[in-house]
Design a binder for this molecule. Structure first.
Ligand code: SAH
Length: 348
């Protein structure tokens, strides 16, 4: 029988599991602390458990590890990019960004992606598989151990569509924010979605305090469809209604992400239309000058055009920032590092 993946249990699930295993419930607290606070990778290190219990844990469960396939450290800014290899050879990438307010990690939620956004490198080879809960946690745990500093902020904006891996994503949030674990504040966690409407509504009902970011990228249904195939399935009006619902249910201001592509979605008309659809909302807009990838010929607008676009939106009273470019010397764009390795693996 396959051993069970012990890091993927929420605190409540682990308590139940340990009771069924014939143990007192306080054992679950001890084990959870070893796994999610002390970040051990071996049952032998759980020194306050009896030798017999450790042996039985070892026989029935496993602590899955991610191995570092590559680590790139930027020379330009305090940013590091990690490529992790999973037990089955799949690769995922994560980014560490150090800020004055703390350390932020951007994690992947799937190996590959099936959403097909036109400018994104993560989607080119399609979806390999969902990440399980421990593989999302593992990206953060591994980086925290390597740098020896606490991770305080998380963005789920790496490869994959988190709301296409809903159940695992939700458990991941519960475990990482649990007071018995790393206890990262939900207010310091942002999840980005391309707009899977039913799951945005489900998420609104989970009583969480995480920030929702919507990848908008187009100011009308028609323009959005040109860049994002998912827009064929959900109308822009439905997506915006789901954002409003999230705000009403959680009180959390939604972020709109807008990857600026020269000549495609950065015109005067786009700015006017954006003001029309977002006007009156308590929201925040984040402009991301598109990261050029070699498989596509989308161009990044020059700095001046990006600033002009921002000014136009501000003129319409939209709260807007331009995403600061980080790690541009280290395979900056989403999925680029993974893609480079996946290609070279296939060629060998
Ligand atoms: N699937 C989620 C998370 C993806 S990545 C989503 O779609 O939101 C996070 C953000 O980066 C998304 O807004 C995505 O559209 C954007 N992005 C992906 N590749 C990019 C690129 N090459 N340049 C600029 N933004 C990109």
């Amino acid at each position: 029988m396959d051993k069970k993946d012990i890091c993927s249990y929420t605190y409540m699930e682990l308590q139940e599991e340990m009771q069924n295993f014939g143990e007192k419930s306080f054992r679950a607290r001890q084990i959870y602390e070893w796994l999610h606070v002390k970040l051990v990778e071996n049952f032998d290190e759980m020194t306050n458990l009896s030798r017999d219990l450790r042996r039985r844990l070892w026989e029935n469960y496993e602590i899955r590890k991610l191995s570092v396939a590559e680590r790139q450290i930027s020379k330009k800014d305090p940013t590091e990019k990690y490529l992790f290899e999973l037990w089955d050879g799949n690769l995922v990438e994560s980014v560490l960004m150090k800020y004055s307010y703390g350390n932020s990690v951007c994690i992947s939620s799937q190996a590959g992606c099936r959403m097909g956004c036109k400018f994104c490198a993560s989607t080119i080879g399609g979806l390999a598989r969902n990440l399980n809960v421990s593989e999302m946690l593992g990206q953060i745990y591994r980086i925290q151990k390597l740098i020896g500093e606490r991770i305080s902020n998380i963005v789920v904006m790496g490869t994959g569509e988190p709301l296409d891996n809903y159940d695992n994503f939700l458990k991941f949030i519960q475990i990482i924010s649990d007071e018995h674990g790393l206890h990262i504040s939900q207010r310091n966690i942002t999840v980005s979605t391309c707009g899977i409407v039913p799951n945005m509504k489900r998420l609104a009902q989970e009583r969480l305090q995480i920030t929702l970011a919507l990848s908008l990228h187009g100011s009308t249904q028609e323009k959005r469809r040109r860049l994002m195939p998912v827009a064929d399935k959900y109308q822009l009006s439905e997506v915006l209604a789901a954002c409003d619902y999230y705000f009403r249910k959680t009180g959390r201001r939604v972020t709109f992400e807008y990857s600026l592509v020269q000549g495609v979605n950065d015109t005067d008309e786009d700015a006017r239309e954006l003001a029309l659809i977002l006007g009156g909302r308590n929201c925040h807009m984040n402009l991301i000058p598109v990261n050029q990838i070699k498989e596509r010929d989308f161009q990044k607008p020059c700095r001046k055009n990006t600033l002009d676009f921002k000014n136009k939106l501000e003129h319409h009273k939209i709260n807007v920032t331009i995403r600061r470019e980080r790690g541009s010397d280290i395979d900056g764009a989403c999925g680029q590092l993974r893609r480079r390795h996946t290609i070279s693996k296939k060629e060998n």
